[in-house]
Ligand binder design. Structure first.
Ligand SMILES: Cc1cc2nc3c(=O)[nH]c(=O)nc-3n(C[C@H](O)[C@H](O)[C@H](O)COP(=O)(O)O)c2cc1C
Length: 191
């Protein structure tokens, strides 16, 4: 394991002793976690997760994201009751809505979806890396689901909810899987 706590390699996300830097291990072991314990998630952990999100690549580096952090139990309950696939939200310690802000899109219009998806994946990996669990809950492009988040969090029209991520300490263990499919790899031309 690389120890990046020495000064020469320190990064601006406030690396602490014991933090892991095995990127591939994190990628291969992350699974969607839909059951959470009652142990609280700290503001420091939330900031660490959001810092990782904001490090995502984006078209022209436009970083068109906005984040809504939800801790309010009534809001989490409302989401779990209105969204057809987000029952777990009621037990999450915190939820993050990753939104694309159309006003922040500059030269590269329409790329906010890819930008915010890369950001969401960074967030999921950071959640796993610091011992928490989370899951990507669908929003965009399903209008009825986007409306739930817009209603609950008062989103203006130019702020589009791409994904919702309930977060907490895992209360379930889900094993890593191997999804490698050699037949999906094409050499030079599609065969
Ligand atoms: C765009 C997108 C939308 C998803 N929406 C939901 C959802 O609404 N509810 C849910 O429980 N899981 C949702 N998931 C999680 C997937 O079901 C999950 O990632 C997939 O089954 C693979 O499992 P894994 O994340 O454990 O590897 C979504 C994932 C993606 C990428």
């Amino acid at each position: 394991m690389l120890d990046r706590t020495d000064n020469s390699l320190q990064y601006c996300g406030k690396m602490q002793k014991g933090d892991k830097m095995e990127t591939l291990e994190t990628i291969h072991n992350r699974r969607s976690i839909r059951k959470y314990s009652k142990e609280p998630v700290s503001d420091e952990q939330i900031e660490k997760i959001l810092r990782a999100g904001m490090m995502a690549p984006s078209a022209g580096n436009q970083q068109p994201w906005q984040f809504i952090v939800i801790k309010d139990r009534d809001k989490l309950k409302e989401i779990s009751e209105r969204h057809p696939y987000a029952l777990m939200a009621k037990d999450a310690q915190v939820g993050i809505i990753v939104c694309g802000d159309l006003v922040l899109e500059s030269k590269h219009k329409g790329f906010w979806v890819q930008d915010c998806s890369a950001c969401t994946q960074n967030i999921l990996l950071a959640i796993h890396d610091i011992g928490l669990g989370g899951v990507w809950i669908s929003s965009y492009p399903v209008e009825s689901r986007m409306k739930i988040f817009a209603d609950v969090c008062n989103l203006p029209d130019h702020v589009i909810p791409l994904a919702f991520i309930p977060i907490g300490y895992p209360a379930q263990e889900i094993k890593a899987v191997d999804r490698f499919k050699k037949e999906r790899i094409h050499k030079e031309v599609f065969k």
